[in-house]
Design a protein around this ligand. Structure first.
Ligand code: ADP
Ligand code: MG
Length: 394
């Protein structure tokens, strides 16, 4: 039996504090292979759950108190259900938002004890926030037999982040947290919310994340700005083509046709989104043929679009992608996530990982004057209850 340190730690701390057996739930982080900034444009994304995860240990109480212990923040909060207030500490809001959304949706349950923590790097773009939200929603659903469907849990977790935390994220992160599966990517249609699994199990191929360790302050204002620009593009397209309700409905031809009315900025945003949706479709077809070279080229094209048309990259990300591009054992690389920092995602031959990692670290540090980090990751199961002989499922 393989047991991760995180799971053991969380379980042990729970037993030490509360003196009983908890329900244990594993809630993963995620990567997104391709399909960036397409989710809020109701297009396609191709994420996967990864082996880095947050572990929840929970048990019911007989009163209305929720005692929540964050192992990673070394902090504890006590709150009363139905008397929830936004916390100035930050981290509790990701959990309080879930309790709040469950209550708003009419689910009633008593208080609970909860210890949680894990090994998803925080704020690196691997969606530790969705792992917290969806992990708690899933845990409470199971603990109190609330009978909530998986898709409903996804929506509750997303709303928790939208409304209680105040981040207008799309649905991808919470979706893949719940529906992810081992050795499979999840192609999500962000309009219909239907999904399809795309097998991803290649021998001797590794998914490597290079973390720039920067988070430029532009990130959230520019994210909101991009959403506005896309909406503006849609309203221009719609004035001519009534059937266009989102960039998902637009084609490259219609976008080109409206270029003058859009102006340069809106045109480039719309063009990128339409092309990125197409790249997801072509990427899935390539993977189904086992063609990693083509898939990798699509990753490079996605990065180029994010850099020069969507304008959400930064020097550090561009540097790392260019570095990957000069290595033949790397299939593809691109920035991942909202942009202006965070990680690049790289697909490469496993045999090349160590040497490339060492070269990249050295080159990055001497160029930018600070270190970067590297995470080698594998595709794992979505959120689920852990049994004693777990890890067969991961
Ligand atoms: P990410 O890209 O990792 O999702 P976010 O900024 O969206 O970054 O979310 C990070 C926030 O989520 C943290 O600042 C913290 O409030 C909360 N969080 C994430 N992981 C943990 C954890 N292990 N323990 C406590 N809070 C966490
Ligand atoms: Mg997040």
């Amino acid at each position: 039996m393989i047991v991760t340190k995180s799971r053991e730690t969380v379980e042990q701390i729970f037993r030490d504090i509360f003196g009983c057996d908890p329900l244990l739930v594993r809630s993963p982080g995620r990567v997104n292979m391709i399909g960036e900034h397409t989710d809020y444009n109701l297009g396609f994304v191709l994420p996967a759950a990864i082996e880095k995860a947050i572990y929840f240990a929970v048990s019911p109480r007989t009163d209305d108190t929720c005692r929540i212990v964050s192992v990673d923040m070394n902090d504890t909060i006590d709150v009363t259900i139905r008397q929830l207030h936004k916390s100035p500490k930050g981290w509790p809001n990701y959990l309080l938002g879930v309790i709040d959304q469950l209550s708003c949706a009419g689910y009633s349950f008593p208080g609970f004890n909860c210890v949680f923590g894990g090994d998803i790097p925080i704020g690196a773009g691997l969606s530790s926030s969705a792992a917290v939200e969806a992990g708690l929603a899933f845990s409470l659903n199971h603990l109190f037999s609330l009978g909530i469907s998986h898709i409903e849990l996804v929506k509750i977790a997303q709303k928790a982040e939208n409304e209680f935390v105040g981040v207008k994220c799309g649905i991808m992160d919470q979706y893949v947290n719940i529906f992810g599966a081992r050795d499979r990517l999840l192609k999500i249609d962000c309009r219909s919310l239907e999904y399809e699994y795309i097998p991803f199990a290649f021998d001797n191929v590794s998914i490597v994340l290079l973390d720039t360790c920067v988070s430029h302050s532009l990130a959230s204002s520019e994210y909101n700005q991009r959403r506005k620009e896309c909406a503006e593009g849609v309203s221009i397209l719609r004035s001519e083509y009534g059937a266009i309700h989102s960039l998902r409905d637009a084609t490259l031809d219609t976008v080109r046709e409206m270029r003058t009315r859009m102006g340069d900025v809106i045109f480039r945003r719309c063009k990128f989104v339409v092309e990125e949706n197409d790249r997801v479709a072509r990427g899935c077809a390539a993977l189904q043929e086992g063609d990693l070279r083509t898939f990798g080229q699509l990753m490079y094209q996605a990065h180029e679009g994010l850099r020069s048309e969507y304008d959400v990259s930064c020097r550090e990300l561009d540097y790392l992608v260019a570095l990957s591009g000069s290595h033949s054992d790397i299939y593809g690389a691109r920035m991942m996530g909202g942009g202006f920092g965070g990680c690049t995602i790289n697909l490469m031959d496993t045999g090349a990982v160590e040497r490339f990692g060492a070269t990249a670290m050295e080159a990055f540090t001497s160029t930018f004057g600070h270190e970067m980090k590297m995470y080698v990751t594998t595709i794992s199961a979505g959120t689920h209850v852990l049994t004693n002989d777990e890890h067969a499922a991961i």
